[in-house]
Design a protein around this ligand. Structure first.
Ligand code: UD1
Ligand code: CA
Length: 454
């Protein structure tokens, strides 16, 4: 089969009032990633070439998030909230470009998999004009019911409009749909708002297709996959489902989780082989742990890299930017902070050991050049390069003194970008009347910071 093109339309213009939040619904997170980002990841995984996200008016934050996660996506604004079909047609310009397959996905359905999106596309490739994703919920109240006739899907009846008999059907609409691109607009433009909510229901596309003698089919999936998030309780349920998926996948890949129910992962957490995670560890976004490392109990890691065979904790906090070289050891009650924190464990030939004692604090932009030992409760000032042992309780500052050479910038600037002028520290601007060299106030500032931190 030649490659089919696909446009995915993600509906995210709902108000999400039941979240009782100042934040747009699709920006709430499960497993350290927004609902929208989960959906867009599935969209990308389904081999779609284009994505269109439909947002409500005044939803700049959703537009920004879309651009961050999937820069190639188009954002369309649905000015009035007039129903799911109306929302799809907000992306008319994209549909008109002409794609083989059109996928419609709700932005609040984060557990949808790329594989299921592919199954919907396959149904269109095999000849159907519409493919709807169905599921059998424990309680079908509130969902649209799928009305079938043999293999054909003939209509979707919204719960509110369904007869008593139709309400006994337990095959429900999961809310996702694929449409054949060449007839999509024909079908969508025929949808009216003749219902008591005066909304344009996407679900009416099925009965219209039946009328036009176009084939519609229903595929089935698990309730978990089409779980829609409307409330904070449902957000927590989705978190639970996703955490178990991530834990199971980690264990299947050779990670030891001593008490998996107490370990919280992010969707992008990368754990190597034979990594051991002790109980009560939280992984925020952006963490990579190389093979054979051990994360002891009660650690919190975010935006950090843990090298092969390293040992972290118990009770350690790795903040964004922390980079621990192979075999380094981070003791208990340690906080590692910094945008460029580095454990320099490799001298080009050998790996050396870096040890950080209990309760130590490592400031931003520090480098610890192994082999080196940081004593218990020691404090390493920001921007330090540490080459010698820091005794317990000591404050270590290891950086070159600032030198200000008055009037010397001029010639340098003319030679090109201000490469050489970056030496003037932001924290201690040079005073105009200073003598030739000005000592910075950094030492005092760091001491003060150390005090307030304790
Ligand atoms: C919808 C389906 C229903 C299905 C259920 C599954 C319709 C008419 N009904 O009902 O058959 O069983 O989902 O969860 O499609 N949205 C917009 N603009 C609008 C209206 C909605 O962008 O004008 C978006 C919402 O943000 C949401 C999605 O469309 O992501 C679904 O809307 P919602 O109102 O939640 O539909 P349901 O009543 O749950
Ligand atoms: Ca819904």
């Amino acid at each position: 089969m030649s490659k089919r093109t696909c446009l995915a339309i993600v509906l995210a213009a709902g108000e999400g009032a039941r979240m009782r939040s100042a934040k747009p619904k699709v920006l709430h997170a499960v497993a350290g990633r927004s609902l929208l980002a989960h959906v867009l990841a599935a969209v990308r995984g389904a081999g779609t070439e284009r994505a269109a996200v439909v947002i409500g008016p005044d939803a700049q934050a959703v537009a920004d998030a879309t651009r961050r996660v999937l820069p190639s996506a188009d954002v369309f604004v649905q000015r009035e909230r007039r129903g799911t079909a109306h929302a799809v047609l907000a992306a008319r310009a994209a549909i008109e470009e002409g794609f083989d397959d059109i996928l419609v996905i709700f932005g609040d359905t984060p557990l949808i998999s790329a594989e299921t999106l592919r199954r919907l596309r396959d149904a269109i490739a095999s000849g159907a004009s519409i493919a709807v994703l169905g599921f059998r919920p424990a309680d079908p109240t509130g969902y649209g019911r799928l009305i079938t006739n043999g293999h054909r899907l003939v209509a979707i009846r919204e719960h509110r409009d369904a007869s008593d008999l139709e309400r006994t059907i337990n095959l429900c609409n999961g809310g996702l749909m694929a449409l054949r691109g060449e007839c999509a607009l024909d079908v969508l433009d025929r949808i009216g708002d003749g219902n008591d909510k005066r909304e344009f229901y996407l679900t009416d596309a099925v009965a219209i297709a039946e009328h036009m003698a176009l084939e519609a089919v229903a595929l089935e999936t698990s309730e978990d996959e089409v779980r829609g998030i409307n409330t904070k309780a449902q957000l927590a349920e989705a978190e639970d489902v996703l955490q178990w998926r991530l834990r199971d996948a980690a264990m299947a890949a050779g990670v030891t989780l001593v008490a998996p129910e107490t370990v919280f992962l992010s969707a992008d957490t990368k754990l190597g082989r034979d990594v051991v995670i002790e109980p009560n560890v939280v992984f925020g976004p952006g963490v990579t742990v190389d093979d054979e490392a051990v994360i002891h109990a009660f650690c919190h890691l975010e935006g950090a890299h843990v090298g092969k065979g390293a040992s972290v904790g118990p009770f350690a906090r790795l903040r964004p930017g922390a980079r621990l070289g192979a075999k380094s050891r981070i003791g208990n009650f340690v906080e590692v902070k910094g945008s460029e924190f580095v454990f320099c464990n490799y001298d080009g030939k050998n790996k050396h050991l870096t040890e950080v004692g209990a309760g130590a604090f490592i400031g931003s932009n520090s480098s610890l050049v192994a082999p080196v030992k940081i004593g218990d409760a020691a404090y390493v000032g920001s921007g330090s390069v540490i080459t010698d042992e820091v005794p317990a309780g000591a404050l270590a500052i290891g950086r070159g003194r600032q030198v200000n050479k008055l009037g010397r910038a001029k010639g340098l600037a003319a030679k090109g970008p201000a490469a050489k002028t970056t030496k003037s520290a932001k924290s201690a601007p040079a005073k105009p009347k200073a003598t030739k060299t000005v000592k910075t106030a950094k030492t005092a500032a760091a001491k003060k910071k150390a005090k307030t931190k304790r």
